[in-house]
Write a protein that binds this ligand. Structure first.
Ligand code: NZQ
Ligand code: ZN
Length: 384
Protein backbone atom coordinates (compact mmCIF):
# COMPACT_ATOMS: atom_id res chain seq x y z
CA UNK A 1 0.00 0.00 0.00
CA UNK A 2 1.26 3.45 -0.91
CA UNK A 3 1.46 6.47 1.41
CA UNK A 4 -1.63 8.63 1.28
CA UNK A 5 -3.48 11.57 2.81
CA UNK A 6 -7.20 11.06 3.12
CA UNK A 7 -9.51 13.92 4.00
CA UNK A 8 -13.24 14.12 3.36
CA UNK A 9 -15.20 16.79 5.21
CA UNK A 10 -18.60 16.37 3.49
CA UNK A 11 -21.44 15.69 5.90
CA UNK A 12 -23.89 13.14 4.51
CA UNK A 13 -27.60 13.30 5.36
CA UNK A 14 -28.96 10.03 4.09
CA UNK A 15 -32.50 8.72 3.91
CA UNK A 16 -36.08 9.39 3.08
CA UNK A 17 -37.62 12.66 4.32
CA UNK A 18 -34.30 14.35 5.01
CA UNK A 19 -35.01 17.51 2.98
CA UNK A 20 -36.83 18.78 6.07
CA UNK A 21 -33.40 18.91 7.77
CA UNK A 22 -31.84 21.24 5.20
CA UNK A 23 -32.23 24.49 7.12
CA UNK A 24 -29.99 23.27 9.93
CA UNK A 25 -27.10 22.82 7.51
CA UNK A 26 -27.10 26.34 6.08
CA UNK A 27 -25.78 29.34 8.04
CA UNK A 28 -28.55 31.57 9.42
CA UNK A 29 -29.05 34.75 7.36
CA UNK A 30 -27.37 33.20 4.32
CA UNK A 31 -28.34 34.50 0.89
CA UNK A 32 -28.84 31.19 -0.87
CA UNK A 33 -28.73 30.48 -4.61
CA UNK A 34 -30.46 27.22 -5.56
CA UNK A 35 -28.90 25.86 -8.76
CA UNK A 36 -30.58 23.22 -10.86
CA UNK A 37 -30.90 21.66 -14.30
CA UNK A 38 -33.55 21.43 -16.97
CA UNK A 39 -36.56 21.08 -14.71
CA UNK A 40 -36.75 17.48 -13.48
CA UNK A 41 -36.78 18.79 -9.89
CA UNK A 42 -39.66 21.13 -10.69
CA UNK A 43 -41.73 18.31 -12.16
CA UNK A 44 -40.94 15.93 -9.31
CA UNK A 45 -41.87 18.51 -6.66
CA UNK A 46 -38.37 18.49 -5.17
CA UNK A 47 -37.79 22.19 -5.78
CA UNK A 48 -40.99 23.10 -3.93
CA UNK A 49 -39.95 20.84 -1.05
CA UNK A 50 -36.49 22.41 -0.87
CA UNK A 51 -37.94 25.93 -0.91
CA UNK A 52 -40.39 25.04 1.85
CA UNK A 53 -37.49 23.73 3.93
CA UNK A 54 -35.64 27.02 3.37
CA UNK A 55 -38.49 29.30 4.45
CA UNK A 56 -36.88 32.20 6.31
CA UNK A 57 -33.76 32.30 4.13
CA UNK A 58 -33.29 34.75 1.28
CA UNK A 59 -33.45 32.41 -1.70
CA UNK A 60 -32.62 32.92 -5.38
CA UNK A 61 -32.78 30.38 -8.20
CA UNK A 62 -30.66 29.60 -11.23
CA UNK A 63 -32.11 27.03 -13.65
CA UNK A 64 -30.78 25.54 -16.84
CA UNK A 65 -27.49 23.85 -15.95
CA UNK A 66 -27.28 21.30 -18.74
CA UNK A 67 -25.90 17.73 -18.71
CA UNK A 68 -22.14 18.17 -19.21
CA UNK A 69 -22.39 21.67 -17.75
CA UNK A 70 -20.94 24.48 -19.82
CA UNK A 71 -18.78 27.41 -18.86
CA UNK A 72 -21.05 29.60 -20.97
CA UNK A 73 -24.16 28.77 -18.89
CA UNK A 74 -22.37 28.72 -15.56
CA UNK A 75 -20.95 32.21 -16.05
CA UNK A 76 -24.53 33.51 -16.12
CA UNK A 77 -24.99 32.07 -12.65
CA UNK A 78 -21.70 33.65 -11.54
CA UNK A 79 -22.98 37.06 -12.67
CA UNK A 80 -26.28 36.58 -10.84
CA UNK A 81 -24.48 35.45 -7.68
CA UNK A 82 -22.08 38.38 -7.73
CA UNK A 83 -24.93 40.83 -8.33
CA UNK A 84 -27.08 39.44 -5.51
CA UNK A 85 -24.18 38.94 -3.06
CA UNK A 86 -24.91 35.22 -2.71
CA UNK A 87 -23.01 33.58 0.13
CA UNK A 88 -24.26 29.98 -0.03
CA UNK A 89 -25.01 27.75 -3.03
CA UNK A 90 -27.36 24.78 -2.99
CA UNK A 91 -27.11 22.39 -5.95
CA UNK A 92 -30.24 20.28 -6.49
CA UNK A 93 -29.77 17.63 -9.17
CA UNK A 94 -27.29 15.16 -10.65
CA UNK A 95 -23.55 15.31 -11.21
CA UNK A 96 -23.82 18.06 -13.79
CA UNK A 97 -25.59 20.44 -11.45
CA UNK A 98 -23.20 19.67 -8.58
CA UNK A 99 -20.11 19.98 -10.81
CA UNK A 100 -21.46 23.20 -12.28
CA UNK A 101 -22.06 24.55 -8.79
CA UNK A 102 -18.47 23.77 -7.79
CA UNK A 103 -17.31 25.87 -10.73
CA UNK A 104 -19.69 28.70 -9.78
CA UNK A 105 -18.44 28.53 -6.18
CA UNK A 106 -14.83 28.91 -7.32
CA UNK A 107 -15.56 31.47 -10.05
CA UNK A 108 -17.53 33.99 -7.95
CA UNK A 109 -14.49 35.30 -6.02
CA UNK A 110 -12.00 34.56 -8.85
CA UNK A 111 -10.13 37.54 -10.29
CA UNK A 112 -9.63 37.17 -14.06
CA UNK A 113 -11.27 34.71 -16.46
CA UNK A 114 -12.50 31.71 -14.44
CA UNK A 115 -11.91 29.41 -17.44
CA UNK A 116 -8.23 29.65 -16.47
CA UNK A 117 -9.12 27.48 -13.45
CA UNK A 118 -9.56 24.63 -15.96
CA UNK A 119 -7.35 25.56 -18.89
CA UNK A 120 -4.36 26.92 -16.95
CA UNK A 121 -4.89 25.23 -13.58
CA UNK A 122 -5.07 28.71 -12.06
CA UNK A 123 -4.92 28.80 -8.28
CA UNK A 124 -8.21 29.16 -6.40
CA UNK A 125 -7.80 31.29 -3.31
CA UNK A 126 -11.32 30.94 -1.97
CA UNK A 127 -14.71 29.50 -2.83
CA UNK A 128 -18.31 30.16 -1.82
CA UNK A 129 -19.58 27.36 0.47
CA UNK A 130 -22.17 25.02 -1.01
CA UNK A 131 -24.25 21.95 -0.33
CA UNK A 132 -26.14 19.52 -2.52
CA UNK A 133 -29.38 17.59 -2.78
CA UNK A 134 -28.57 14.63 -4.99
CA UNK A 135 -31.18 13.27 -7.43
CA UNK A 136 -29.03 10.96 -9.57
CA UNK A 137 -26.57 8.45 -8.08
CA UNK A 138 -23.64 8.21 -10.48
CA UNK A 139 -20.72 10.59 -10.30
CA UNK A 140 -19.81 10.78 -6.63
CA UNK A 141 -19.60 14.56 -7.06
CA UNK A 142 -21.75 14.88 -3.92
CA UNK A 143 -18.84 13.72 -1.77
CA UNK A 144 -15.72 14.70 -3.67
CA UNK A 145 -13.92 17.88 -4.69
CA UNK A 146 -13.76 17.35 -8.45
CA UNK A 147 -15.79 18.74 -11.34
CA UNK A 148 -15.83 18.42 -15.11
CA UNK A 149 -16.77 21.49 -17.14
CA UNK A 150 -17.22 21.95 -20.88
CA UNK A 151 -16.42 25.04 -22.94
CA UNK A 152 -18.91 24.74 -25.73
CA UNK A 153 -17.23 27.10 -28.13
CA UNK A 154 -13.98 25.10 -28.26
CA UNK A 155 -15.18 21.55 -27.45
CA UNK A 156 -13.05 21.33 -24.32
CA UNK A 157 -14.30 19.05 -21.55
CA UNK A 158 -11.83 19.47 -18.68
CA UNK A 159 -11.67 18.34 -15.07
CA UNK A 160 -10.41 20.17 -12.00
CA UNK A 161 -10.15 19.47 -8.29
CA UNK A 162 -9.59 21.68 -5.30
CA UNK A 163 -9.59 21.09 -1.58
CA UNK A 164 -11.99 24.05 -1.18
CA UNK A 165 -14.62 22.32 -3.31
CA UNK A 166 -15.98 19.55 -1.13
CA UNK A 167 -19.70 20.11 -0.52
CA UNK A 168 -20.33 21.23 3.08
CA UNK A 169 -23.10 18.63 3.10
CA UNK A 170 -24.95 16.41 0.68
CA UNK A 171 -28.45 15.19 1.19
CA UNK A 172 -29.10 11.74 -0.26
CA UNK A 173 -32.78 10.80 -0.30
CA UNK A 174 -33.19 7.57 -2.31
CA UNK A 175 -36.89 8.30 -2.97
CA UNK A 176 -35.79 11.29 -5.08
CA UNK A 177 -34.31 8.84 -7.60
CA UNK A 178 -37.64 7.08 -8.33
CA UNK A 179 -38.38 9.50 -11.19
CA UNK A 180 -35.15 8.82 -13.08
CA UNK A 181 -35.63 7.66 -16.67
CA UNK A 182 -34.19 4.14 -17.31
CA UNK A 183 -31.35 5.62 -19.36
CA UNK A 184 -30.14 7.69 -16.40
CA UNK A 185 -30.50 4.79 -13.96
CA UNK A 186 -28.32 2.68 -16.25
CA UNK A 187 -25.87 5.54 -16.76
CA UNK A 188 -25.49 5.86 -13.02
CA UNK A 189 -24.71 2.18 -12.55
CA UNK A 190 -22.15 2.19 -15.38
CA UNK A 191 -20.45 5.40 -14.20
CA UNK A 192 -20.10 4.14 -10.62
CA UNK A 193 -18.88 0.77 -11.92
CA UNK A 194 -16.15 2.41 -13.99
CA UNK A 195 -15.14 4.72 -11.12
CA UNK A 196 -14.42 1.57 -9.16
CA UNK A 197 -12.51 -0.16 -11.97
CA UNK A 198 -10.37 2.99 -12.50
CA UNK A 199 -9.16 2.59 -8.91
CA UNK A 200 -9.16 -1.22 -8.69
CA UNK A 201 -8.24 -2.71 -12.08
CA UNK A 202 -4.63 -1.54 -12.11
CA UNK A 203 -1.89 -3.69 -10.58
CA UNK A 204 -1.74 -5.50 -7.24
CA UNK A 205 -0.28 -3.34 -4.48
CA UNK A 206 -1.06 -5.28 -1.31
CA UNK A 207 -4.00 -3.01 -0.55
CA UNK A 208 -6.31 -5.71 0.68
CA UNK A 209 -8.87 -3.50 2.33
CA UNK A 210 -9.20 -1.18 -0.70
CA UNK A 211 -9.60 -4.26 -2.93
CA UNK A 212 -12.28 -5.80 -0.73
CA UNK A 213 -14.16 -2.51 -0.50
CA UNK A 214 -14.01 -2.11 -4.28
CA UNK A 215 -15.18 -5.68 -4.85
CA UNK A 216 -18.11 -5.20 -2.46
CA UNK A 217 -19.18 -2.07 -4.33
CA UNK A 218 -18.88 -3.76 -7.74
CA UNK A 219 -20.95 -6.73 -6.59
CA UNK A 220 -23.62 -4.41 -5.20
CA UNK A 221 -23.92 -2.66 -8.55
CA UNK A 222 -24.16 -5.98 -10.38
CA UNK A 223 -26.82 -7.26 -8.00
CA UNK A 224 -28.90 -4.11 -7.50
CA UNK A 225 -28.47 -2.21 -10.78
CA UNK A 226 -30.81 -4.36 -12.88
CA UNK A 227 -33.38 -4.37 -10.05
CA UNK A 228 -33.66 -0.57 -10.16
CA UNK A 229 -34.80 -0.88 -13.78
CA UNK A 230 -37.26 -3.68 -13.01
CA UNK A 231 -38.78 -2.25 -9.82
CA UNK A 232 -38.06 1.51 -9.84
CA UNK A 233 -39.77 2.24 -6.51
CA UNK A 234 -37.93 -0.34 -4.41
CA UNK A 235 -36.46 1.78 -1.61
CA UNK A 236 -33.82 -0.73 -0.53
CA UNK A 237 -32.49 -1.08 -4.06
CA UNK A 238 -32.31 2.68 -4.57
CA UNK A 239 -30.69 3.22 -1.17
CA UNK A 240 -27.99 0.66 -1.88
CA UNK A 241 -27.27 2.10 -5.33
CA UNK A 242 -27.12 5.63 -4.01
CA UNK A 243 -24.66 4.88 -1.24
CA UNK A 244 -22.57 2.68 -3.55
CA UNK A 245 -22.21 5.43 -6.15
CA UNK A 246 -21.14 7.89 -3.45
CA UNK A 247 -18.57 5.52 -1.94
CA UNK A 248 -17.23 4.68 -5.39
CA UNK A 249 -15.70 8.13 -5.76
CA UNK A 250 -15.31 9.81 -2.39
CA UNK A 251 -11.59 9.09 -2.15
CA UNK A 252 -11.83 6.04 0.08
CA UNK A 253 -11.14 3.17 -2.34
CA UNK A 254 -8.61 5.18 -4.35
CA UNK A 255 -6.40 6.12 -1.40
CA UNK A 256 -3.11 4.26 -1.20
CA UNK A 257 -3.55 2.43 -4.51
CA UNK A 258 -2.56 3.11 -8.13
CA UNK A 259 -5.22 4.97 -10.11
CA UNK A 260 -5.88 4.64 -13.84
CA UNK A 261 -8.51 7.14 -15.18
CA UNK A 262 -7.54 6.61 -18.84
CA UNK A 263 -11.03 5.33 -19.69
CA UNK A 264 -12.46 8.60 -18.37
CA UNK A 265 -10.02 10.76 -20.33
CA UNK A 266 -10.85 9.03 -23.62
CA UNK A 267 -14.52 9.16 -22.72
CA UNK A 268 -14.46 12.93 -22.16
CA UNK A 269 -13.34 13.44 -25.76
CA UNK A 270 -16.23 11.31 -27.02
CA UNK A 271 -18.65 13.53 -25.13
CA UNK A 272 -16.93 16.72 -26.27
CA UNK A 273 -17.03 15.81 -29.96
CA UNK A 274 -20.08 13.54 -30.24
CA UNK A 275 -22.30 14.42 -27.29
CA UNK A 276 -22.55 10.92 -25.81
CA UNK A 277 -23.70 10.73 -22.20
CA UNK A 278 -20.70 10.40 -19.87
CA UNK A 279 -21.56 6.81 -18.90
CA UNK A 280 -22.14 5.80 -22.52
CA UNK A 281 -18.56 6.81 -23.31
CA UNK A 282 -17.27 4.65 -20.46
CA UNK A 283 -19.28 1.62 -21.59
CA UNK A 284 -17.64 1.97 -25.01
CA UNK A 285 -14.08 2.58 -23.83
CA UNK A 286 -13.69 0.26 -20.81
CA UNK A 287 -13.98 -3.17 -22.49
CA UNK A 288 -11.57 -2.09 -25.24
CA UNK A 289 -9.21 -0.49 -22.70
CA UNK A 290 -9.06 -3.71 -20.66
CA UNK A 291 -8.20 -5.71 -23.81
CA UNK A 292 -5.46 -3.32 -24.88
CA UNK A 293 -4.03 -3.16 -21.35
CA UNK A 294 -4.41 -6.83 -20.45
CA UNK A 295 -0.66 -7.38 -19.88
CA UNK A 296 -0.26 -4.37 -17.58
CA UNK A 297 -3.45 -5.32 -15.75
CA UNK A 298 -3.05 -9.11 -15.78
CA UNK A 299 -2.84 -9.69 -12.02
CA UNK A 300 -5.87 -7.56 -11.22
CA UNK A 301 -7.86 -8.82 -14.20
CA UNK A 302 -7.46 -12.37 -12.90
CA UNK A 303 -8.52 -11.28 -9.42
CA UNK A 304 -11.52 -9.46 -10.95
CA UNK A 305 -12.43 -12.54 -13.00
CA UNK A 306 -12.33 -14.70 -9.89
CA UNK A 307 -13.91 -12.49 -7.23
CA UNK A 308 -16.46 -10.57 -9.30
CA UNK A 309 -17.48 -13.02 -12.00
CA UNK A 310 -16.60 -16.35 -10.32
CA UNK A 311 -14.38 -17.38 -13.27
CA UNK A 312 -11.98 -20.02 -12.01
CA UNK A 313 -11.87 -22.57 -14.84
CA UNK A 314 -9.61 -22.53 -17.88
CA UNK A 315 -6.29 -20.85 -18.58
CA UNK A 316 -5.46 -17.25 -17.75
CA UNK A 317 -6.15 -15.87 -21.23
CA UNK A 318 -9.60 -17.44 -21.29
CA UNK A 319 -10.50 -16.12 -17.84
CA UNK A 320 -9.40 -12.60 -18.77
CA UNK A 321 -11.36 -12.72 -22.05
CA UNK A 322 -14.42 -13.97 -20.21
CA UNK A 323 -14.19 -11.29 -17.50
CA UNK A 324 -14.03 -8.55 -20.13
CA UNK A 325 -16.94 -10.14 -22.00
CA UNK A 326 -19.03 -10.37 -18.82
CA UNK A 327 -18.37 -6.69 -18.17
CA UNK A 328 -19.56 -5.83 -21.67
CA UNK A 329 -22.66 -8.02 -21.25
CA UNK A 330 -23.48 -6.33 -17.95
CA UNK A 331 -23.48 -2.90 -19.60
CA UNK A 332 -25.44 -4.17 -22.63
CA UNK A 333 -28.05 -5.77 -20.36
CA UNK A 334 -28.59 -2.32 -18.86
CA UNK A 335 -29.26 -1.11 -22.44
CA UNK A 336 -26.02 0.83 -22.67
CA UNK A 337 -24.34 0.02 -26.02
CA UNK A 338 -20.64 -0.81 -25.77
CA UNK A 339 -19.46 -0.08 -29.32
CA UNK A 340 -18.93 3.22 -31.11
CA UNK A 341 -21.13 1.86 -33.91
CA UNK A 342 -23.97 1.62 -31.38
CA UNK A 343 -24.00 5.43 -31.35
CA UNK A 344 -23.56 5.86 -35.11
CA UNK A 345 -19.86 6.70 -34.82
CA UNK A 346 -17.48 5.21 -37.41
CA UNK A 347 -13.72 4.65 -37.42
CA UNK A 348 -13.34 7.86 -39.39
CA UNK A 349 -14.00 9.72 -36.12
CA UNK A 350 -10.83 8.39 -34.47
CA UNK A 351 -8.21 10.88 -35.79
CA UNK A 352 -10.17 13.84 -34.42
CA UNK A 353 -10.54 12.11 -31.03
CA UNK A 354 -6.78 11.55 -30.90
CA UNK A 355 -6.12 15.16 -31.87
CA UNK A 356 -8.29 16.26 -28.94
CA UNK A 357 -6.35 14.00 -26.55
CA UNK A 358 -3.09 15.46 -27.83
CA UNK A 359 -4.35 19.03 -27.53
CA UNK A 360 -5.35 18.32 -23.93
CA UNK A 361 -2.00 16.76 -23.07
CA UNK A 362 -3.49 13.29 -22.59
CA UNK A 363 -0.51 11.48 -24.07
CA UNK A 364 0.78 9.45 -21.10
CA UNK A 365 -2.27 8.02 -19.38
CA UNK A 366 -3.04 5.18 -17.00
CA UNK A 367 -1.59 3.82 -13.78
CA UNK A 368 1.88 3.58 -15.37
CA UNK A 369 1.57 6.87 -17.32
CA UNK A 370 2.47 4.90 -20.42
CA UNK A 371 -0.71 4.88 -22.49
CA UNK A 372 0.43 6.93 -25.46
CA UNK A 373 -1.68 8.28 -28.31
CA UNK A 374 -0.84 5.09 -30.19
CA UNK A 375 -2.30 3.05 -27.34
CA UNK A 376 -5.40 5.24 -27.27
CA UNK A 377 -5.76 4.75 -31.03
CA UNK A 378 -5.81 0.98 -30.49
CA UNK A 379 -8.46 1.38 -27.79
CA UNK A 380 -10.73 3.46 -30.05
CA UNK A 381 -10.20 1.04 -32.96
CA UNK A 382 -11.08 -1.93 -30.81
CA UNK A 383 -14.17 -0.07 -29.57
CA UNK A 384 -15.44 0.62 -33.10
O1 NZQ B 1 -31.49 18.62 -15.96
P1 NZQ B 1 -32.62 17.91 -15.31
O2 NZQ B 1 -33.95 18.34 -15.80
O3 NZQ B 1 -32.52 17.91 -13.81
O4 NZQ B 1 -32.54 16.37 -15.80
C1 NZQ B 1 -31.41 15.55 -15.57
C2 NZQ B 1 -30.54 15.37 -16.81
O5 NZQ B 1 -31.27 15.53 -17.98
C3 NZQ B 1 -31.89 14.15 -15.30
N1 NZQ B 1 -32.24 13.89 -13.90
C4 NZQ B 1 -31.44 14.04 -12.81
N2 NZQ B 1 -32.08 13.63 -11.71
C5 NZQ B 1 -33.33 13.23 -12.09
C6 NZQ B 1 -33.41 13.40 -13.48
N3 NZQ B 1 -34.54 13.09 -14.16
C7 NZQ B 1 -35.58 12.60 -13.45
N4 NZQ B 1 -35.53 12.38 -12.13
C8 NZQ B 1 -34.43 12.68 -11.41
N5 NZQ B 1 -34.37 12.42 -10.10
O6 NZQ B 1 -30.82 13.32 -15.68
C9 NZQ B 1 -30.11 13.92 -16.75
C10 NZQ B 1 -28.63 13.74 -16.56
O7 NZQ B 1 -28.18 14.46 -15.44
P2 NZQ B 1 -26.62 14.69 -15.17
O8 NZQ B 1 -26.48 15.48 -13.92
O9 NZQ B 1 -25.98 15.23 -16.41
O10 NZQ B 1 -26.08 13.20 -14.98
P3 NZQ B 1 -24.90 12.64 -14.11
O11 NZQ B 1 -25.21 12.67 -12.67
O12 NZQ B 1 -24.59 11.36 -14.73
O13 NZQ B 1 -23.69 13.69 -14.33
C11 NZQ B 1 -22.86 13.63 -15.46
C12 NZQ B 1 -21.78 14.72 -15.37
O14 NZQ B 1 -20.90 14.49 -14.26
C13 NZQ B 1 -19.54 14.45 -14.73
C14 NZQ B 1 -19.69 13.96 -16.14
O15 NZQ B 1 -18.56 14.21 -16.92
C15 NZQ B 1 -20.91 14.71 -16.62
O16 NZQ B 1 -20.58 16.01 -17.00
N6 NZQ B 1 -18.71 13.65 -13.82
C16 NZQ B 1 -18.36 14.19 -12.63
C17 NZQ B 1 -17.51 13.56 -11.75
C18 NZQ B 1 -17.10 14.15 -10.47
N7 NZQ B 1 -17.49 15.38 -10.17
O17 NZQ B 1 -16.43 13.53 -9.67
C19 NZQ B 1 -16.89 12.27 -12.06
C20 NZQ B 1 -17.55 11.57 -13.20
O18 NZQ B 1 -16.62 10.67 -13.75
C21 NZQ B 1 -18.07 12.44 -14.27
O19 NZQ B 1 -17.04 12.80 -15.17
ZN1 ZN C 1 -17.37 8.97 -14.40
Amino acid sequence: MQNFTFYNPTRILFGSGRIADLAREIPANARVLITYGGGSIVKAGTLAEVKAALAGFTVFEFAGIEPNPTYETLMQAVELARRERIDFLLAVGGGSVIDGTKFIAAAIPFVGDPWDILAKRAKIGSAIPFGSVLTLPATGSEMNNGAVITKRISNDKLAFMNRLLFPRFSLLDPTKTYTLPPRQVANGVVDAFVHITEQYLTYPDDAKVQDRFAEGLLLTLIEEGPKALQTPEDYAVRANLMWTATLALNGLIGAGVPNDWATHMLGHELTALHGLDHAQTLAVVLPAMLQVRREEKRGKLLQYADRIWGLREGDEETRIDQAIERTRQFFEALQVPTRLSGYGIGKDAIPALLAQLERHGMVALGEHSDLTLEGSRRVFELAA
